[in-house]
Design a protein around this ligand. Structure first.
Ligand code: AMP
Ligand code: ZN
Length: 518
């Protein structure tokens, strides 16, 4: 190690790459870091500097590639061989038993001694295919339609849980399938940021992951800290059993979630399903079921596939999480376009591992069809959605004298009469001077996806609107330093910062401007 420290840039870079990779694996795949984040960052920074000074030192497997590269204009196609199939779903134990009974008819001899199954958690992310040649990640692809997907290698390199280089013990040619996902903590972080920027919240981690992985700018992907698990050797070395493949994948540095189990016969599979029903909510990522697979690969061959899914595997989907709670109030929010949306506020209740307090009742039709009233006991549901919805009103528990909800005839923010256009379900406030509409218009305009103007959170926008200092978007650009600085809790520094980001925003591309105004 000493020699490496003192030698030339090329061997120093090679040494650094090895070290960074080793620490990444310890941190992301094994969860056993040996050095602090600071020390890690220092190693990485030195490697970045070395490569910047001598670009010929950059290799395909360099961990510096994890920060992303230049945006691309589109993705190349990847042909999946073997195809990436989907799975048949079962929604209860009866359906699962029917699946097993079908296998028994197809393979009675093996069934007699009890099938060897492997049960794995079904991670709710985006499926990906990863190709390693000579131990280096050379291609990563989305599933697409199962036959053809998108080449998103640059984006997948930013996923730190995935090894860029395998140890020498790994096969020279290896095709692996897995699932890329956004950890719950990261999802919450992203949504907190969006909330602070006044942007709409993402409904669930899977959608953000799917959107991120198909971003053309891999630096954007790197800023979303995605993670991954792998669950299948799709091509490469020959194994007798799937479970052997899982064990080897772990040894080669892949993130294999250690929850998987070998199960003899269906009873053990059912025990696994019961065991994880609640436990899974304690994991750092979303799961929506269990995948049950035949372990013996020769038997898999014999069982074969149907047009869309293998016969030798099935997904068991957990029932959506439901809970009952009592509606304490229904408020009406006014959005940017003036649309009024009722929001139910209820007693806090735990569903699928998190506490929820409110649900948007989407639109008035939805609300009146379900006739949700203050005081009602309602059943709410989270089905792969972080934002819950009301699925049912328990009419048997409705208090006497409850009143049906009525959409206000006047805007709760400005008091003007609201209107409902023919053929539209939405009720709107059309007052151009409505503070809520103004607030939301500005909030959208300054948000990160639009003009990305810093220094204007919700409270500050409300301040400006209430003080009559901004009534429309051009008004933002007429703000003056003196008046801003004099506002409560502002001061000169905040005023200068805002004016600087407003000035900077004039350089934004037209597309962003149009989006901001749209
Ligand atoms: P579906 O998309 O509902 O047809 O389900 C199939 C998908 O489940 C696969 O394409 C994978 O992306 C995903 N999946 C998640 N975890 C696993 C696992 N342990 N084994 C196989 N597939 C999995
Ligand atoms: Zn209004």
């Amino acid at each position: 190690m000493k020699a490496a420290r003192e030698s030339n840039p090329a061997s120093r870079a090679a040494w650094l790459r090895g070290e960074v990779q080793r620490h990444e694996r310890l941190y992301y795949a094994l969860g056993k870091p040996e050095i602090s984040d600071r020390e890690f960052d220092r190693l990485m920074a030195e490697l970045v500097a070395l490569e910047a000074a001598s670009p010929e030192l950059v290799t395909a497997d360099s961990p510096t590639r994890r920060v992303g590269g230049e945006p691309v204009s589109g993705f190349a196609m990847v042909l999946h061989e073997p195809p990436m199939m989907s799975l048949d779903n079962t929604y209860n134990l009866e359906e699962l038993r029917e699946w097993a009974a079908r296998l028994e008819r197809l393979a009675p001899t093996e069934a007699a001694v009890g099938f060897g199954f492997v049960a794995e958690l079904k991670v709710d992310g985006v499926s990906t295919s990863l190709l390693y040649e000579d131990g280096v990640l050379v291609r990563g692809a989305t599933r697409g339609n199962g036959m053809v997907g998108d080449d998103v290698t640059e984006n997948l390199r930013t996923v730190r849980a995935l090894p860029l280089r395998l140890p020498p013990t790994a096969p020279r040619h290896l095709l692996v399938r897995g699932e890329v996902f956004m950890p719950r903590s990261e999802f919450e972080r992203v949504n907190r940021e969006r909330e602070a920027a006044g942007e709409s919240l993402y409904a669930n981690p899977r959608n953000v992951t799917a959107g991120s992985i198909r971003q053309l700018d891999s630096r954007q992907v790197a800023s979303r800290r995605l993670s991954a698990v792998v669950y299948q050797v799709a091509d490469g070395p020959h194994f007798a059993k799937h479970s052997e493949g899982l064990e080897r994948l772990g040894e080669w540095g892949f993130p294999v979630h250690d929850s998987w189990r070998r199960c003899r016969g269906l009873a053990e599979v059912e025990a696994f399903i019961a065991d994880w029903r609640e436990r899974r909510h304690g994991l750092g990522f979303e799961t929506d079921g269990v995948v049950v697979k035949i372990d013996d690969l020769a038997l898999r061959e014999r069982l074969g596939v149907t047009a869309k899914a293998p016969r030798w595997a099935v997904a068991y989907k957990y029932e959506p999480e439901q809970a009952e709670t009592v509606v304490r109030g229904i408020l009406v929010q006014v959005g940017r376009t003036g649309v009024l949306t009722p929001v139910a506020e209820f007693d806090p209740v735990l569903v699928a591992g998190s506490t929820v307090r409110r649900a948007t009742l989407h639109n008035y039709e939805d609300l009146s069809r379900k006739d949700v009233r203050v005081g009602d006991t309602v059943v709410i549901e989270k089905a792969g959605e972080v934002i819950p919805r009301v699925v049912e009103v328990r009419l048997d528990r409705r208090p006497e004298k409850s009143q049906p909800f009525e959409m206000p005839t006047h805007c709760p923010e400005c008091g003007e009469a609201v209107v409902r256009f023919d053929g539209e379900v939405a009720t709107r406030c059309v007052n151009p001077e409505c503070p809520a509409v103004r607030q939301e218009t500005i909030r959208h305009f300054v948000s990160r996806n639009a003009m990305d103007i810093e220094g204007l959170g919700d409270e500050r926008i409300a301040q400006l609107v209430a003080a009559g200092m901004v009534t429309d978007i051009p008004g933002l650009y007429r703000l003056e330093r003196q008046t801003l600085a004099a506002l409560p809790s502002w001061g000169e520094k905040s005023a200068d910062n805002l004016l600087a980001s407003l000035a900077e925003s004039r350089q934004r591309p037209l597309a962003r401007l149009l989006f901001g105004l749209g």
